[in-house]
Design a binder for this molecule. Structure first.
Ligand code: HEC
Length: 157
C-alpha cells in the first residue's frame, strides 16, 4: 500500500515534469512563431517607410539640382523645373500658374525688377528664392524671366 502510494506520487511528479517540459517547448515555439511574424511586419513596414521617404528624397534631389553648389549657373528653365514648378506648375497656395497669362497679368504689370525683388526676398506665401537660398540672384532673375515670358510677358533682361 505504502509502495503503491509512493509510486503514484512518483508518477504524478513525472506527469508534472512532462507537462512542464511540453509547456516549455510549446512556449518556445510560440515565441519563435511570434518573432517570425514580427520580422515579417518589419519587412512590410520597412517597405512602407521607404515609400514614405521617396517623395522627400525626390524633393532633396530637386533642391540639389536647383542649387548652385557646382558653381555652374543654371538656366531659368532648369531652376524652374527643379524648384519653382513645385508650386507654380499646379498653383499650390494660389501661386500664379506657369503659362496662365490671366493670373500672371497683374503681377507682370508690376515690372520685371519688382518681380525679381519679390522672388529673391519672398512675398506673402511665396518663399524667398522659392525656398532654395543656394540659388544666386542672377539665377532667380533668369528664372523670373523664363516664367513671366512663358506666361504673357515680353521682358528683356
Ligand atoms: C512653396 C511654393 C512656391 C515656390 C517653390 C515658388 N513660389 Fe513663387 N509664388 C508662390 C506663391 C504662393 C505666390 C503668390 C504670392 C502672393 O502674391 O501672395 C508666388 C508668386 C511668385 C511671383 C509673383 C510675385 C509678385 O510680386 O506678384 C514670382 C515672380 C514668383 N513667385 C517666382 C518664383 C520663382 C522664380 C520660384 C523658384 C525659384 C518660385 N516662385 C518658387 C509660391 C511658390
Amino acid at each position: 500500500m505504502d509502495l503503491d502510494n509512493s509510486k503514484n506520487v512518483l508518477l504524478e511528479l513525472l506527469a508534472i515534469l512532462i507537462g512542464a517540459i511540453a509547456g516549455g517547448i510549446f512556449f518556445i515555439l510560440l515565441l519563435n512563431y511570434n518573432s517570425k511574424s514580427d520580422s515579417n511586419t518589419n519587412v512590410t513596414s520597412d517597405i512602407k517607410i521607404e515609400e514614405n521617404i521617396k517623395p522627400v528624397a525626390k524633393v532633396e534631389l530637386a533642391a540639389q539640382i536647383g542649387s548652385n553648389a557646382s558653381g555652374v549657373e543654371k538656366s531659368g528653365e532648369q531652376v524652374y523645373k527643379a524648384v519653382c514648378s513645385a508650386c507654380h506648375q499646379t498653383g499650390v497656395l494660389n501661386a500664379p500658374k506657369f503659362g496662365d497669362s490671366t493670373s500672371w497679368a497683374p503681377r507682370i504689370s508690376q515690372g520685371y525688377e519688382m518681380l525679381v525683388q519679390h522672388s529673391i526676398k519672398g512675398i506673402r506665401s511665396m518663399p524667398a528664392k522659392g525656398g532654395n537660398p543656394s540659388l544666386s540672384d542672377n539665377e532667380i532673375a533668369n528664372t523670373v524671366l523664363y516664367m513671366t515670358n512663358s506666361s504673357g510677358a515680353s521682358f528683356k533682361k
